[in-house]
Design a protein around this ligand. Sequence first.
Ligand code: KIV
Ligand code: NA
Length: 263
Amino acid sequence: MEKITVKSFLKKKERKEKITMLTAYDYPTAKIISLTELDGILVGDSLAMVVLGLENTLKVGMKEMLHHLDAVVRAKPRQLIVADMPFLSYETGDAVKNAGLFAKHGADAVKLEGGEEFSDVVKKIVRAGIPVMGHIGLTPQRFLRLGGYRTIGKTESEEEQLLRDAKALEEAGVFSVVIENVYSSIAKRITESLSIPTICIGAGPYCDGQILVIHDLLGLSDFKPYFAKAYVDLKEIISKAISEYVREVKEGKFPSKEYYKEK
Ligand code: KIV
Ligand code: NA
């Protein structure tokens, strides 16, 4: 099957085919994904919590993101690879340079958090030839200002701001936009008002696509937000396998004949 590009995302919206994305942060996961029909991989800055055990996404930078992007790129997935621009990599003037670094390392696009306020930054990166995915609604890098992780769009003014953000991003040239933790009716309004695809997480079914953190889908997360569905309980499966291994070693059952050589 052929490589998925930002153009494929736009075509899917036109054809009303749902777009599916997941996060991935390492080679084996990207390898598994590459054999599926998933459309896109996000090397998300959720890396901080789900892989590195850090408290929030403010704690990872370009170095960590590049390290994990490299691992995903090595799997050569046909999926579109989007790299998350980490906190302070695009707000203070180095946006094009950092987006360019991601592109040089094999990302097909970058994602950054923010709407209207960041449309200038988006324009500059797009002008350099690097596709940008927007991210509006709950933007975890701004949790301090937002007053925590909450659903966005409760007030009329918040709802109207979300629409302005989406429009501003489309005009600035994003190829797609993530809508996170927003009331579904608002995500629906945004989806209908844009010609670029909306990719939702905790924003209901009326979007052009969905994204989940793969650790949530696999049942590997410590903290799972209300909108994340676990499709399997890998934590349970892994801990059972470990317990069985420990038991077999203690009982002298492992390694059995087929697992060692006798001279
Ligand atoms: O970092 C991440 O995993 C994300 C998704 C939740 C969209 O930004
Ligand atoms: Na992110």
